[in-house]
Design a protein around this ligand. Structure first.
Ligand SMILES: [Zn+2]
Length: 231
């Protein structure tokens, strides 16, 4: 099997790439995906990734004949394709229906403390935290659990927290047909707490304030009060 070469040949030098990774700087709002990203079936991807992960474990010197390790390559491959990176595939985007705003509710609606589990694309280590999402309904509203599902979909990709914030906001803006969308993510990066600078206590907060959330200071203050003063 030959792997198609990426059209995104890195332009940065090795040193720049290391710095980019440790500073957790992303390069674009869209997840950098190849055009042929989903040409291969999930089942074939799992088989191919398992073989490569087996090589990594083997190179680390692990004895793959051990019962505890022998199933790990397949488990990791399946977890990558079907679970923690399942959000790469647009086919897995949640089917979100919107409804007429029959109650004419026109104040902000906040869904807070949505569990956030993602993966840092620079180190492939977990990003763990919470998302707070708000919008001001116009003509359309959405079922509350769908807000969680949208957060979860975009979290299930190799991510940069800033990009994840924007992708969630953009998805909600399109779906709800309004710019009045606010997203705050507050998350710990295991690559910061368990390696590198090894800071156990810090968390990273990113936010997107759209429409009236950007222009109305009172509204913005109320939103932050609702989500527990996270700034
Ligand atoms: Zn990282």
């Amino acid at each position: 099997m030959t792997t198609p070469s990426s059209p995104h040949t890195p332009q940065a030098s090795r040193g720049q790439i290391d710095t980019l990774g440790d500073d957790h700087v992303g390069t674009s709002i869209d997840t950098p995906l190849r055009d042929d990203a989903f040409a291969m079936s999930d089942a074939d991807k799992i088989t191919a990734i398992a073989a490569k992960f087996r090589d990594i474990m083997d190179l680390l010197g692990l004895d793959l004949r051990d019962d505890s390790l022998s199933g790990t390559p397949h488990r990791v491959a399946k977890m990558y394709v079907k679970e923690i990176f399942g959000g790469l595939n647009p086919a897995n985007h949640p089917d979100v229906k919107t409804f007429d705003n029959i109650y004419d509710y026109d104040h902000m609606l906040v869904e807070r403390n949505i569990t956030l589990n993602s993966t840092c694309e620079h180190h492939f280590l977990p990003i763990v935290g919470v998302a707070h999402v708000a919008y001001i309904p116009g003509d359309r509203v959405v079922g509350l659990s769908k807000l969680n599902r949208i957060v979860d979909h975009y979290a299930k990709r190799p991510q940069v927290q800033e990009r994840l914030t924007r992708q969630i906001a953009e998805s909600l803006r399109e779906l709800l047909g309004t710019d009045d969308v606010a997203v705050v993510l507050d998350a710990k990066h295991l690559c910061v707490s368990s390696r590198g600078i090894q800071d156990e206590g810090s968390s990273t907060v990113t936010s997107h304030m759209g429409g009236r959330f950007a222009t109305d200071e009172g509204l913005k203050r109320e939103f932050y009060a609702q989500v527990g003063g996270t700034t």
